[in-house]
Design a protein around this ligand. Sequence first.
Ligand code: A3P
Length: 376
Amino acid sequence: LHSLSPIQMAKKYFQIYPEERDPIWMNPCDDKRHYNIWSPNKSCYQFPRFLIVGPQKTGSTALYTFLQLHPSLLTNVPSNRTFEEIQFFNGPNYHKGIDWYMQFFPLSNLADKFNMTTSTISNITPTVNNANNGTMMVHNQRNYFSRTPPIYAEESMHYFEKSSTYFDGEQVPMRVHSLLPHARIVIILINPTLRAYSWYQHMRVHNLSVALDFSFYEVVSLNIPDKHLIDKGTMKRLRDLRNRCLNPGMYAIHIERWLSFFPSQQITIIDGEELRHNPISVMDRLQTFLKLEPHIDYHQKIRFDHHKGFFCSINPSTNNTKCLGKSKGRQYPKIDRLSGKYLHRYFWHHNLALSKLLNRLRISLPNWLVTELSRL
Ligand code: A3P
């Protein structure tokens, strides 16, 4: 019998089981053994109760901003690298662990916003009593948890986050479900052709060379004169840009992946066109879906700004509007006919699959989808 130091033992273990190197974080609040040995300075309220998962360029920042105006909601502190998006569940941040994620949801901010002390909040033990509707209730769980929770309920205090790269991340639904099985998932969809074009324009503004050197049609179709003269590196960058334009728009594939981990009752799909033109009714339905208390009237919070051409937040002290920056709601030429035709064909089967999926979920089809499917 050989014995090794813990580090050597771990190395040996992962040599034998390399597939287990990838961690899967679970929620300490869902398991009494974990919860009981968890630091008393941490709180289950430091996990978001819902996630806006994108995809990019659908109006996710506008939705995020409108939700921040709700008195019961608080969002993560910004990241140095990725600003308002934490981007934990996709990419390398996931390996930084739960404590890294939780630092974006500090207890002190909750305490400030909701006029409590941090120790009061960390003493609350939210337990999920109905896995299907994700409602969290606070109970006196003396028999279950050794940390004594208070007796009152605190329903109107939620963190949320928005990372629009989550939508199409292959591992994201599995990872989110492991850590936040009761979270609600908010998805926004616009016509995938316009989403692709908006992304291309976004990359042009960020001076991505292939977006500046090639037309939108060339990027999405890869139909380029003298293509054989393009060097390998440029070709790779072109393909990457094409993928980022097109892949998130295969909506049905990604939504099916979310549905294989989350019940449909925990997922809501917002029509991004409606969010843009009639956000007040979107916010109304979203509050009902998220069971937010109090249910507020967004007429008091947002208003159409003629200068910006979009809905913007109302500053309560001045009654002026505060709009998103110039990177959201950009001015650029309309999509050209050739690209529009190419992408209409390209997304046809994906849009058809989306319509079947939405019918199955008894969600009415957005106008843009009906239009796309009725066009030959
Ligand atoms: P464009 O800049 O291409 O017009 P995201 O925040 O997910 O990146 O989405 C950006 C898009 O949100 C913008 O794309 C814009 O069309 C859309 N949008 C919807 N409502 C908006 C609002 N109230 N203010 C600014 N942009 C909004």
